[in-house]
Design a protein around this ligand. Structure first.
Ligand code: PAF
Length: 275
């Protein structure tokens, strides 16, 4: 990074702001929205592309995760990105898996963390390494991975990283499905069924004036209407703590949803307001 900073200074930008967009590649329009936000936030955008083995469980899709590096780099170049950091696993973890890791704490064991034990420790460990390697002033993450965004913000604060962490609104297909690199696993029938996640979130938000139990019931009944979709979890959380809201919660809340469509696990979330 020192080189990039030096070049920016040579080309006239004093104190250039470096903004990192961490990704695992297989880029889609949701990632490009992160890149656009990064370009607004700083002078130098760095996109990292690394499928991080530490955040995959033993039965998860590490080997089959889509890898499209050449296409990704071409899309980023078209978007004006000049710096892509795409290390190998051996470069990131020269001694194999690290023996020292970042713990995501209690929130890291809930929702996604309950189904994917150790996932968030793996995410935070690689993000901490990327923050050290790239040394950005800011970093941009998608709101679709809401729990991840919350935990990265908490890590930056708890471990005193001098990195501003920004979230970017989820980008959706026309029918509401949140864009995700894992959507490529869906066949046509599953792709149609997958719309039920965003429909459940809409139903949840429309039930907001009837309280938290009604919000959960509304989302559940939409999911149950689609037999190809198996609900993993549904939770309504307080954005300030990521703990489940109480029955008399007032203010902003986030509905989190995870479900399996065939063999593909998808997650989504949306914010709404309880009066
Ligand atoms: O959201 C992702 O793509 C990954 O979890 C991240 C943040 C790049 C860490 O590997």
């Amino acid at each position: 990074m020192a080189d990039a900073r030096r070049k920016a200074i040579d080309s006239g930008t004093a104190n250039p702001r470096v903004v990192l967009v961490p990704t695992m590649g297989a880029l889609h329009d949701g990632h490009l929205a992160l890149v656009d936000r990064a370009a607004e936030l700083g002078d130098i955008v760095v996109v990292s592309i690394f499928v991080n083995p530490l955040q995959f469980g033993p039965k998860e899709d590490l080997t089959s995760y889509p890898r499209t590096l050449d296409d990704d780099v071409a899309r980023l170049a078209e978007r004006g990105v000049k710096l892509v950091f795409a290390p190998t696993a051996a470069e990131m973890y020269p001694d194999g898996q690290t023996s020292v890791t970042v713990s995501a704490g209690d929130i890291g064991t809930r929702y996604e963390g309950r189904t994917r034990p150790g996932h968030f420790d793996g995410v935070l460990t690689v993000v901490a390494k990327l923050f050290h390697i790239i040394d950005p002033d800011a970093a941009v993450f998608g709101e679709k991975d809401g729990q991840q965004l919350f935990l990265v913000k908490r890590m930056a604060s708890d471990l005193s990283f001098a990195v501003e962490v920004h979230g970017v609104e989820t980008v959706r297909a026309e029918d509401g499905l949140a864009l995700s690199s894992r959507n490529v696993y869906l066949d046509d029938v599953e792709r149609r069924s997958a719309r039920v996640l965003s429909r459940a979130l809409e139903a949840a938000a429309s039930a907001a004036d009837r309280g938290v139990d009604a919000v959960i019931a509304a989302a559940q009944s939409v999911i149950m209407g689609e037999p190809r979709v198996q609900l993993d979890y549904l939770a309504v959380v307080d954005p300030a703590t990521f703990l489940p809201v109480s029955g008399n919660h007032h203010g902003t809340a986030i509905t989190l949803i995870a479900a399996r469509v065939g063999t593909t696990r998808l997650i989504d979330n949306s914010r709404f307001f309880i009066n």
